[in-house]
Design a protein around this ligand. Structure first.
Ligand SMILES: Cc1cc2nc3c(=O)[nH]c(=O)nc-3n(C[C@H](O)[C@H](O)[C@H](O)COP(=O)(O)OP(=O)(O)OC[C@H]3O[C@@H](n4cnc5c(N)ncnc54)[C@H](O)[C@@H]3O)c2cc1C
Length: 460
């Protein structure tokens, strides 16, 4: 009879892996977790957390400017110290990393600091040559930035992994890409003082988000000073005495201090040995799993970004929890992905939950679109040309709110709360029946009376 060292071996101590390991251990499973880098994974070390800290840092610029409209005088113009921000960020993520490690240890999970690879359906081989035999293996290795091939000098570009720790603040920054990571970094570096240009293939950034939000955000970014260059990509990068020279497909040449390559991410499965266990992968390397996170091998499951479904931290955590509860806690929970809210921490910020207008019209015969755009109170005395935009999509057949899309201050916070209502199946009449809270931005969500337009499926 085979003897096992562990009931569960998790490869990857990021958001999903840590949650799965802790829950499995709490159900009494003997659990190992293998991490080749820092415990906490992308979100804590080089994703959501440092990103949000930098976004918050960047927004002080607007706050300093706005304060003057409210009676404050800034006798000395504020200045920004990049090295100090990097240091403070490092301190905070080290604190979080310590907490994650401590919580794993307190739960009884054994942590192996090594690279792990699957050596068979029930074996994980560590980089140092050791081997762990486990009844179950969970692949939670996340994803990594993708570098498009065939662009000479592309290795000179930083990805989101390196950008947080640039030795010197880039006075001139070229951002390549138009996804949420590109947009967030373009906005934050511009506010921190970088002359920022964003080049991308499409016409408008943020494919997949509601078109009205995309257009309005692009306009707001340009207004704040980010140069958007649609339809252009780099053809080559080269080192110069002053920085990096980038040539673009539109024929332009420019010199910058840094290039941020945000051209997408790919699941981290290369060299993971999944072929030895016969695991089915998608062409981009994502592990194919069913609704219960199971791969095609009975002893191997996968969660989070490595499965490339909804690549967000709370989703990876939910999947990790469901996996461990099912396998070791006797609870057959299927993760429910409907109404997963998401945000883009650009400035202005974007929040979205439910269907976009295009998706709503694919699914429903008639959709009422409620929208409003207004100047937030913070922008009145400061004189800032700033708008908040809100859109509700309502299925005319049953009055259900199908989608909510916000652009502006506090959009992410409002979206998280509204997501509860949408998830509960709120109707537009529930929004109407809810008393407004005044004066807030969110009150506008319950005071939109008449639809701005009514859309019919065949008129889309
Ligand atoms: C810049 C940026 C900003 C983001 N912002 C947000 C946000 O605001 N909100 C949000 O919800 N999500 C955000 N995300 C996405 C979020 O970080 C991921 O969805 C989440 O971290 C996925 O968790 P995971 O457990 O699947 O993988 P990860 O957190 O990536 O963890 C995988 C872990 O596996 C380790 N690993 C990989 N291969 C091996 C191996 N062979 N052996 C051992 N260890 C290995 C890695 O080192 C890593 O620690 C952001 C991502 C980025 C890059």
């Amino acid at each position: 009879m085979t003897t096992f060292d562990f009931d569960l071996a998790v490869i990857g101590a990021g958001s999903g892996g840590v949650r799965a390991a802790r829950i499995a251990a709490s159900h009494g499973a003997k659990t190992a977790i293998v991490e080749e880098s820092r415990v906490g994974g992308t979100c804590v070390i080089r994703g959501c957390v440092p990103k949000k800290l930098y976004v918050l840092a960047s927004r002080f610029k607007d706050a300093f400017e706005d304060a003057q409209g409210f009676g404050w005088s800034l006798e000395h113009p504020p200045s920004f110290d990049w090295a100090q921000l990097v240091k403070a960020k490092e301190k905070e993520i080290t604190r979080l990393e310590g907490l994650y490690r401590l919580n794993l240890e307190k739960s009884g999970v054994e942590v192996f600091s090594a690279r792990g690879a699957v050596a068979g359906p029930q074996e994980v081989r560590l980089g140092d040559g050791r081997s762990l035999r486990a009844k179950h293996i969970l692949v939670a290795t996340g994803g990594a930035p993708w570098r498009p091939p065939g662009i000479p000098g592309i290795e000179l570009a930083a990805t989101s992994n390196e950008i947080f720790d640039l030795e010197r603040f880039p006075r001139r920054l070229l951002v390549v890409g138009a996804g949420y990571i590109a947009v967030e970094f373009a906005c934050l570096f511009q506010r921190l003082g970088a002359e920022t240009r964003m080049v991308f293939r499409a016409e408008t950034p943020l494919r997949g988000f509601d078109d009205d939000l995309r257009r309005r955000l692009a306009a707001a970014m340009e207004q704040s000073g980010v140069a958007l260059v649609p339809g252009a990509l780099p053809t080559g990068l080269r080192k110069t005495s002053g920085g990096i020279a980038a040539s673009l497909t539109n024929g332009a040449e420019l010199e910058v201090d840094a290039v941020l390559l945000a051209a997408g991410r790919r699941p981290s499965t290369s060299g993971l040995g999944l072929d030895t266990a016969g695991i089915a992968l998608r062409p981009n390397g994502a592990v194919i799993v069913d609704a219960f996170q199971r791969s095609n091998a009975p002893s191997i499951s996968a969660i989070g970004d490595v499965t490339d479904r909804i690549n967000l931290t709370p989703v990876a955590i939910r999947e990790g929890q469901a996996f461990a509860d099912r396998l070791f806690g006797g609870k057959n929970v299927e993760v429910d992905y409907d109404f997963t809210p998401s945000a883009v921490f650009s400035t202005p910020e974007l929040g979205t939950v439910g269907l976009s207008e295009a998706e709503a019209l694919e699914r429903c015969d008639a959709v009422a679109v409620y929208e409003t755009a207004f100047r937030p109170m913070q922008a009145t005395l400061s004189g800032r040309a700033e708008q908040v935009y809100m859109k509700l999509l309502v299925n005319e057949a049953d009055d259900r709110v199908l989608g909510l899309h916000l652009l502006g201050r506090e959009a992410a916070e409002m979206t998280q709360l509204a997501a509860i209502a949408l998830k509960m199946g709120a109707r537009k009449s529930d929004f109407d029946a809810t008393m407004a809270l005044h004066p807030t931005l969110a009150e506008e969500l319950v005071t939109m009376r008449a639809p701005a337009r009514r859309m019919r499926r065949n008129a889309a």
